[in-house]
Write a protein that binds this ligand. Structure first.
Ligand SMILES: *Cc1c(COP(=O)(O)O)cnc(C)c1O
Length: 400
């Protein structure tokens, strides 16, 4: 699918045609995104929000157009609900500090799942250290789905937030966000969803999901690194003080009194990644030109092709066999360390991840120190999966 848009796929890895199976870590970039950023740097560059000259007006307009595009892309109700941040990680930290630290006290509770990426664990752990909140954990069942029965028992009068990933970067599991949100809202508890792994794979409608906060990163959506999105319902963003202080987020400043700009600008202190925001716009246009439904269908075709072939390899164990998955497959093989397998694959030109994937609690849950993870992007093909399967057989001959 659209391989020609990705110049990097013409490159070699260890002198073999590159087979890129690490899109869950970061996706490759199509020409359309790189050219939009290059055009901006060559023909339209100026800082935003400050200039009274035409170039700066145009740059500001492009920046704000991208905000409008994000609103459409995730079906937000209002453009003021879209905050540009550096990444999913920064967005979660922003909510933890500006919302959690402002409104919570020692003994308040946050419900988090066992399958979270470290970036949806550590910011809450920091709050535990800073103000004494407690973390309650939704367990993961053997097939990689969330234990929804236990989830419902974790609420107490002290519960302040439910924070879960939309899709797991290790197991691939797509979580039932609508159901999770409905249950939390019945307890009057807001929900934050880490969409880093879902946004590149599925159409997302934050209003239909009824989430209160939603995060994603540009670089996993075939866009640039250094830009991400925090979506927050207006009533929550309005109840949050600024996270960073600096230029661009104030109305007036004196040494005795500062008044802040309104959301979303209140949260965007300093010169942002302007070209990144423009590149993100191009990335959203790019994926929509293919269609998020078609992108989802492509990953499902690759999953359905790869999973049975991998599962048939003796000693290979797939972690995460939920019925609803994004294009991510984690596995271990008896007798071969994931890093050794990763090295053999690398020598065949195949780029995969081997390690704990920033999800150590989940590794512990499954009793493994690490896995190999294969993740699919829009450019991957069945022929590449055939190469993967052949390379795994080669590794088995070498190591067992
Ligand atoms: C990659 C990832 C993150 C972190 O994204 P950054 O862009 O590194 O901030 C968080 N959660 C999940 C599920 C991820 O896959």
């Amino acid at each position: 699918m659209r391989r020609d848009d990705f110049p990097i796929l013409q490159e070699k890895n260890r002198n073999k045609p590159v087979v890129y199976f690490d899109s869950a870590s970061s996706a490759q970039k199509p020409r359309q995104v790189v050219e939009a950023m290059r055009d901006f740097y060559y023909r339209g560059y100026a800082n935003i929000h400050r200039g009274i000259y035409e170039l700066s007006e145009r740059s500001s307009q492009l920046y704000e157009n991208s905000r409008e595009r994000v609103k459409q892309f995730i079906h937000a109700a209002d453009i003021d609900e879209i905050v540009f941040v550096r990444s999913t990680t920064e967005g979660i930290n922003l909510v933890a500090q500006a919302y959690g630290r402002t409104h919570w006290q020692a003994g308040d509770e946050v419900i988090v799942s066992e399958m979270e990426h470290h970036s949806n664990i550590v910011p809450w752990y920091l709050l535990k250290e800073q103000i004494g909140i407690e973390l309650k954990v939704i367990p993961v069942a053997e097939d990689g789905t969330l234990d929804m029965a236990t989830y419902q028992t974790l609420f107490s009068p002290r519960t302040k937030l439910v924070t879960v990933t939309h899709a797991s970067n290790v197991l691939g599991t797509i979580n039932p966000i609508q159901e999770i949100t409905a249950i939390a809202h019945a307890h009057h508890v807001p929900v934050l969803v880490d969409g880093a792994q879902a946004v590149p794979h599925l159409p997302v409608d934050v209003q239909a999901l009824d989430v209160d906060f939603y995060l994603f990163s540009g670089h996993k959506l075939y866009g640039p690194s250094g830009v991400g999105v925090l979506y927050g319902k207006k009533k929550y963003l309005a109840a949050m003080p600024p996270y960073h202080g600096g230029g661009g987020m104030i109305e007036t400043v004196s040494f005795s009194q500062i008044t802040f700009a309104k959301t979303p600008h209140k949260f965007e202190a300093g010169t942002p990644d302007i070209a990144g925001v423009i590149g993100l716009h191009a990335a959203m246009d790019y994926v929509d030109s293919i269609g998020m439904e078609a992108i989802f269908a492509h990953s499902q075709t690759l999953l359905a092709y790869a999973q049975p072939q991998l599962a048939a390899i003796p000693g290979l164990r797939i972690l995460g066999t939920a019925p609803a998955k994004v294009g991510v497959i984690s596995f271990t093989i008896d007798g071969i360390h994931p890093h050794d397998l990763g090295t053999v694959l690398d020598h065949e030109g195949i780029a995969v991840r081997a390690g704990h994937h920033c999800a150590q609690p989940l590794m512990e849950r499954f009793g493994v120190p690490a896995t190999v993870r294969v993740s699919f992007g829009i450019y991957n093909s069945k022929e590449e999966i055939d190469k993967l399967v052949a390379a795994i057989h080669l590794a088995k001959r070498l190591f067992t």
